[in-house]
Structure formats: structure tokens, C-alpha cells
Design a protein around this ligand. Structure first.
Ligand SMILES: [Zn+2]
Length: 137
């Protein structure tokens, strides 16, 4: 099995590339209580590599809800839907921001927003405060 060890250099690359923002919900490290984590987009146990192409910066909330998942089930169509991949997709094409609520614009966006629980009340409230201070997105 491949190693999930992330070197200091690789971590710095991921953090800098993301401009310290969670690449899923866009919250900035400076306004997050917990330190953002480096997420394996495809988990090592599924064959994902520890390379910059498979890593994304993630806030603790997004990373905890994502876990080692890379897909979810659409609740209406029951189809398997891949999760948003920050290395392959563009955020604005799959999500839109409506008053601090992150709406999925596509099946992938909707599935990711639901699984990662972008819009639970405490996270929306946190974003509303940041929006009012000009600190989000
Ligand atoms: Zn996040």
C-alpha cells in the first residue's frame, strides 16, 4: 500500500496553492478554529497517491464528513455520483453561494454539498458572520 505520509514541502505546496482556503467550502484557515488538513482526494486505501495531483486543502468539517469517500448516491435518481474533485473541477461550475448557503449547481455539487454537510446551521451562521465582515468567500 502506498504511503499516506505528507512531507513538509508537499503540505506547504497544498496550503499555498489553495491560498489557505478549504478547497471544498472555501473557508479561510485564518477564520477557522481548527487547522486545515491535507486531504487525499482519492484515499490511499482506494489506491490514491500521496502526490500534489491527489491532495487538497480541507477544513476539519469537510474532511471529517468526506472521510475516505469519493462518491455518494443521488437521493432522487439513486445514481452513484462522484464527489467534487478540486484538482479536476472548477468550484464555480458546481457550486454557487446564496447568502452564505452553498448551493450545488450540478448533481456533483449537490451530492458533495450534502455529504460534506456544507449547509448545517452552525456552518452557515459562521459563513454569514464572515460575509458580513468581508472575510468570505
Ligand atoms: Zn471546508
Amino acid at each position: 500500500m502506498a504511503s499516506d505520509y505528507i512531507s513538509v514541502e508537499l503540505r506547504k505546496l497544498v496550503v499555498d496553492r489553495a491560498s489557505k482556503r478549504c478547497e471544498y467550502c472555501l473557508i479561510h484557515q485564518d477564520f477557522s478554529i481548527y487547522t486545515h488538513e491535507v486531504d487525499h482526494i482519492i484515499a490511499v486505501k482506494h489506491g490514491g497517491e500521496t502526490s500534489d495531483d491527489n491532495l487538497a486543502l480541507s477544513c476539519l468539517s469537510c474532511n471529517r464528513h468526506k472521510g475516505s469517500d469519493f462518491a455518494t448516491i443521488d437521493q432522487i435518481t439513486k445514481e452513484i455520483v462522484p464527489l467534487f474533485n478540486p484538482r479536476r473541477q472548477v468550484w464555480d461550475e458546481h457550486f454557487s453561494l446564496e447568502n452564505a448557503i452553498i448551493e450545488g449547481k450540478t448533481q456533483m455539487g449537490q451530492g458533495t454539498a450534502k455529504l460534506l454537510q456544507f449547509n448545517v446551521p452552525n456552518r452557515v451562521l459562521e459563513r454569514q458572520v464572515l460575509v458580513s465582515q468581508g472575510q468570505y468567500p
